[in-house]
Design a protein around this ligand. Structure first.
Ligand SMILES: NC(=O)c1ccc[n+]([C@@H]2O[C@H](COP(=O)([O-])OP(=O)(O)OC[C@H]3O[C@@H](n4cnc5c(N)ncnc54)[C@H](OP(=O)(O)O)[C@@H]3O)[C@@H](O)[C@H]2O)c1
Length: 344
C-alpha cells in the first residue's frame, strides 16, 4: 500500500516539481498540500501558478490547499516533503516533527545541526540512522532529514567517488542556472547577456555541507571530513542545470584515467529514483553542457567530463539538474531511503 504523503510549500517552484515526481510514484500517494495563508482554502489549481513542463495532475488540481500547520494535516499522513522558504521552515518544521510527522526537507535551515542527517543516499545513506540520536535528543515521535543545497549535490558525488585517493583540497567554481533562485529570484534585466559573480550564502553552503556529507557516522555522532573546500559561485543565464569546475588535490597520485573509472563505477542504489548510472563520464571535453545533459537519468544523474591533470591536482567539470537531482528529486530519494530503512 502506498505511503500517504504531504507537501509543505506545495505551490512553489520546488513544490511543483515535487508534485510532478510524487503523483506517478509507486510508493507514495499525495494526501495533503500546504502553502501560505494566502493560498489556504483554494484548490491547488487556483493557488499554484503552474510552471512545470507537464500538466497539473487532475486529482491534485482539485485538492484543497491548507495552511502550513500540523493541525491542518491529516493524522494518517506518514511523510511530509518540505519546500518552504528557509525562514518559514525554521519556524514551522520542528512543530511538525514534534507532532509526530516524519519529514524530508529541502529547506536550508538546520542542515548543519549535529543531530539532523544531511543525506545524499548514494553518498552517505548510512547517516540516516542519526535519526535515532535526533529522536532521543529532541523527544520527537517524528523525525527530520535534509537534502543539501543544489550546487553541493552537483559536485559531492564526484568527490565521494575519488575519496579512496584521500581528498585534501578542493576548489570549485559554479555556473548556476536561474531556476535555483526561484521564479522571482533574478530579473531578466539582470541576467540576460550577463553573469553575476556572487550568490548570497551559497559559497558557505558548498564549503560546509560537503564536509558533513563526506563525514562519517559511528552510530552516536557525526564527524566532519577534514577536506578543505573553497567555492566561488556565479549565476549565469541558463534555465536549469548547474555546471561546476572542480580542482581536487589528493594524498595519493590520481590519474585522469583512474578518476574517470572511479566515477563511472561509483554505485547507484536500488531505490526508485536513483538512476541506473549515478555519474555519467564524457570523453568529449566540451561535455557536460546544461542544455544537453541535465536530463540524463530522468534528471537524477550527475555528469562529468574534461578530466585532466592541472597545476592544482586533478581538474574536471560536473553538472546536475538543480531542481530535480538538486532539490525535489533529492527530497523524494530521501523519502525512499526513510521507507527502506523502516522510518515510516
Ligand atoms: N528553486 C530551486 O532550485 C531550489 C533548489 C534547492 C533548494 N531550494 C529551496 O527550496 C525552498 C523552496 O524554494 P522555491 O524556489 O520553491 O520557493 P517559492 O517558489 O518561493 O515557494 C515557496 C513556497 O512556500 C510557501 N510559503 C511562503 N511563505 C509561507 C509562509 N509564511 N507559510 C507557509 N508557506 C509559505 C509558498 O506558498 P504561497 O504560494 O501561498 O506563497 C510556496 O508554496 C527554499 O528553501 C529554497 O531555498 C530551492
Amino acid at each position: 500500500m502506498a505511503v500517504r504523503v504531504g507537501v509543505l510549500g506545495a505551490t512553489g517552484a520546488v513544490g511543483q516539481r515535487l508534485i510532478q515526481l510524487l503523483d506517478p510514484h509507486p510508493e507514495f500517494e499525495i494526501a495533503a498540500l500546504t502553502a501560505s495563508d494566502a493560498s489556504a482554502g483554494k484548490t491547488y489549481r487556483q493557488a499554484a501558478k503552474w510552471r512545470v513542463d507537464s500538466p497539473i495532475p487532475d486529482d491534485v488540481a482539485e485538492m484543497t490547499v491548507t495552511a502550513t500547520d500540523p493541525d491542518e494535516v491529516p493524522n494518517d499522513v506518514d511523510l511530509l516533503f518540505s519546500s518552504l522558504p528557509s525562514s518559514v521552515g525554521e519556524a514551522v518544521e520542528p512543530g511538525f516533527c514534534e507532532a509526530g510527522y516524519v519529514m524530508s526537507s529541502n529547506s536550508s535551515n538546520g542542515r548543519m545541526d549535529d543531530d539532523i542527517p544531511l543525506v545524499i543516499p548514494e553518498v552517505n545513506g548510512d547517516h540516516i540512522d542519526l535519526l535515532e540520536v535526533q529522536r532521543d535528543e529532541r523527544g520527537w515521535d517524528g523525525a527530520m532529514v535534509k537534502n543539501p543545497n543544489c550546487s553541493t549535490i552537483t559536485f559531492v558525488p564526484t568527490l565521494a567517488a575519488l575519496a579512496e585517493y584521500g581528498l585534501e583540497k578542493v576548489h570549485v567554481a559554479t555556473l548556476q542556472a536561474v531556476s535555483g533562485a526561484g521564479y522571482d529570484g533574478v530579473s531578466s534585466m539582470e541576467i540576460i547577456d550577463n553573469a553575476i559573480p556572487h550568490i548570497g550564502g551559497e559559497e558557505d553552503k558548498l564549503e560546509t555541507e560537503s564536509k558533513k556529507l563526506l563525514g562519517s557516522f559511528d552510530g552516536a555522532a557525526l564527524s566532519l571530513n577534514d577536506v578543505e573546500v573553497g567555492a566561488s559561485c556565479n549565476r549565469i543565464p541558463t534555465i536549469d542545470g548547474h555546471l561546476e569546475n572542480v580542482f581536487v588535490e589528493t594524498a595519493e597520485d590520481l590519474s585522469p584515467e583512474e578518476a574517470a573509472k572511479a566515477m563511472r563505477e561509483y554505485p547507484a542504489l536500488d531505490l526508485y529514483s536513483s538512476p541506473e548510472q549515478l555519474i555519467e563520464v564524457f570523453e568529449d571535453p566540451e561535455r557536460p553542457q546544461p542544455r544537453l545533459d541535465r536530463t540524463l537519468g530522468d534528471g537524477m544523474s550527475i555528469s562529468a567530463g574534461g578530466i585532466r591533470e592541472s597545476t592544482f591536482g586533478l581538474q574536471y567539470n560536473c553538472l546536475a539538474h538543480n531542481t530535480m537531482r538538486g532539490a525535489a528529486g533529492a527530497s523524494v530519494l530521501n523519502g525512499e531511503l526513510l521507507l527502506e530503512n523502516g522510518y515510516l
